[in-house]
Design a protein around this ligand. Structure first.
Ligand code: ZN
Length: 155
């Protein structure tokens, strides 16, 4: 591994640590238009995602609360930062891109345009047992936007 690659790994680890210790938008939301629960039984991660959509379908605000491992919390924090201000249709498309990027067999595949900050989760892709911790928030996002009944589960 080159020193640059090592530096990037360290940077990514620092980002995950920072977001897990000080998650952004970690609060209950009053006046949410969409709410979904997500559970990852494999790890015990639980979260409730809140969205407030404008009339034109823009995600004006998102927040979450819950408990889980560092990766699940950091991923949810990064997700709220990523989708705030984004159109719901784009966010739904991103759900597919992010889950296939995290779960996909093509390790050389870069993260898509607009999703660059999620590159911090790159190391998770090497640990299949932890991928669901990282995708949990995105499953909850998809469920919330689709207004599906019942909690989103990674299983
Ligand atoms: Zn977890």
């Amino acid at each position: 591994m080159t020193s640059t690659a090592t530096d990037m790994r360290q940077l990514y680890r620092d980002v995950i640590l920072d977001h897990s210790r000080s998650p952004r938008h970690f609060r209950r939301m009053d006046g949410a238009t969409h709410v979904a629960d997500g559970i990852n039984p494999l790890c015990g991660d639980k979260l409730r995602l809140y969205l407030r959509l404008d009339d034109d379908g823009t995600i004006a605000a998102s927040s979450f609360e819950g408990s889980g491992c560092a990766i699940s919390v950091a991923s949810a924090s990064l997700m709220t930062e990523t989708v705030n201000g984004v159109n719901a249709a784009t966010a739904t498309r991103w759900f597919g891109e992010v889950t296939s990027w995290l779960e996909g067999p093509h390790k050389e595949q870069p993260i898509g345009h607009g999703l660059e900050r999620l590159a911090a989760l790159d190391g998770v892709r090497d640990f299949p047992g932890r991928v669901k911790c990282a995708t949990l928030a995105w499953h909850a996002l998809s469920t919330a936007l689709n207004n599906e009944a019942g909690p989103a589960s990674t299983e």
